[in-house]
Design a protein around this ligand. Structure first.
Ligand code: NAD
Length: 361
């Protein structure tokens, strides 16, 4: 009898507190309508974009914060009504596993820390959203994917562009081919500035143009065409301010070949501003410019169609799409493998720039 009870309690634990004993009443917890999100890292992107966007979302909300900067906590608690019990430091991060008000952990840290915290989040049994670039290298990306699989939690990468309406129209053209077959793709993403110090200038932290901005160009080449990059034909780093860019790339240009032989030109910089995704086809062309700014992504086609649907917040669209995919148990729009594929290309671009040779994938 004692043994049976022990087995029963073990099973009850396995199936979760949502199961009750009465055969007459269904005590299964109803699926949540809105998921609680914990932001890990309260830097520029969390503060300026994600937290405000989480005030606009329908299927998720900001429920917790994880930070190593206690001085930031009072303002966040006041602005976003966050309870004391939902504030974590990196030291007590693992306790988040017991917090039912957190369903998703969103990693918004410097790139070198993504893998460590994404894996810890998965091991805490929470769904994982991870900012771009997914991690430092393919091995780390795979480790994140494996941890999410092992813990049966969902994973998506914060590629906001793929949720943006005008970008989705452009992505749709790859199926309908209104301007014929692709002849060339040009993807450029860069901003003027890139001064200062900090992790974006440190190689070991994942700094530099290619990781920060170039990842958008690689991702764009892939989403515009639906094709995979099979070879980096050439790549080159250009440094115009050597006193600032001692360890990482300031500007990188590269040429890649897709699985069907199509050529794409990529360019990225943290010293010069460009923002273009151009798709040349045999019967016309279309482009987005800017193609990856926070607001006002817009474009046009060779026959005068304007792609300028208004989007209030790309981040709100992204997080609602991802939350709904979890709630409805549907596929993530941008799963972990998409982040891994981009990092694989970025690693090949660095190898090509270092050796001066083409690199096959
Ligand atoms: P940031 O420098 O403004 O903030 C980084 C945060 O990490 C800070 O709060 C800092 O205190 C914390 N941190 C913890 N440990 C750290 C350490 N060892 N070194 C440095 N900082 C540490 O950076 P950010 O702009 O908020 O970028 C964070 C992540 O978000 C990056 O992966 C970046 O690529 C991504 N991001 C994405 C977008 C987008 O549009 N999807 C835009 C900006 C940034």
């Amino acid at each position: 009898m004692k043994n049976n009870r022990r087995i029963f309690l073990k099973d009850l634990g396995r199936y979760g507190a949502g199961v009750c004993l009465s055969p007459l009443i269904s005590c299964q917890k109803p699926p949540k309508k809105s998921l609680g999100v914990a932001l890990v890292g309260l830097g520029g992107y969390s503060r300026g974009q994600l937290a405000p966007a989480l005030q606009l979302t329908k299927y998720c909300h900001l429920s917790a914060i994880v930070t190593g900067s206690p001085e930031k906590v009072p303002e966040w608690q006041k602005n976003y009504n966050i309870k004391d019990s939902n504030v974590y430091s990196y030291q007590d991060f693992d306790k988040i596993a017991n917090n039912d008000e957190v369903d998703v952990i969103y990693i918004v840290l410097p790139t070198a820390l993504h893998a460590e915290y994404a894996i810890a989040a998965a091991n805490a049994g929470k769904h994982v959203w991870c900012e771009k670039p997914m991690a430092m290298n393919e091995k780390e990306c795979q480790a994140i994917i494996d941890a999410c699989k092992k813990n049966k939690v969902r994973l998506s990468i914060g590629y906001r562009m793929q949720h943006e309406k005008n970008t989705k129209t452009l992505i749709g053209y790859r199926h309908t081919k209104p301007y014929g077959d692709f002849t060339e793709i040009i993807a450029q993403a860069g901003y003027a500035g890139g001064g200062g110090t900090g992790w974006r200038h440190q190689k070991s932290m994942g700094g530099g143009a290619m990781y920060d901005m170039g990842v958008y160009t690689v991702n764009a080449i892939r989403y515009a065409t639906g094709l995979e990059i099979k070879k980096v034909i050439s790549a080159e780093h250009i440094i115009s301010r050597p006193e600032l860019f001692k360890e990482v790339d300031e500007t990188t240009q590269y040429q890649v070949e897709m699985s069907n032989g199509l050529i794409a030109q990529g360019w990225t910089s943290v010293g010069e501003s460009k923002n273009l995704l151009r798709v040349n086809c045999d019967k016309g062309w279309y482009e987005l410019s800017p193609m990856q700014s926070y607001n006002g992504v817009q474009g046009k086609t060779s026959d005068g169609i304007l792609l300028n649907e208004y989007v209030e917040s790309q981040q709100a669209l992204q997080m609602d799409d991802d939350a709904l995919a979890i709630i409805e148990n549907k596929e993530m729009m941008v799963p972990g493998i998409e982040g891994l594929k981009d990092i694989r290309v970025i690693e090949a671009i660095f190898r090509s720039a270092a050796t001066g040779e083409s690199v096959s994938l």
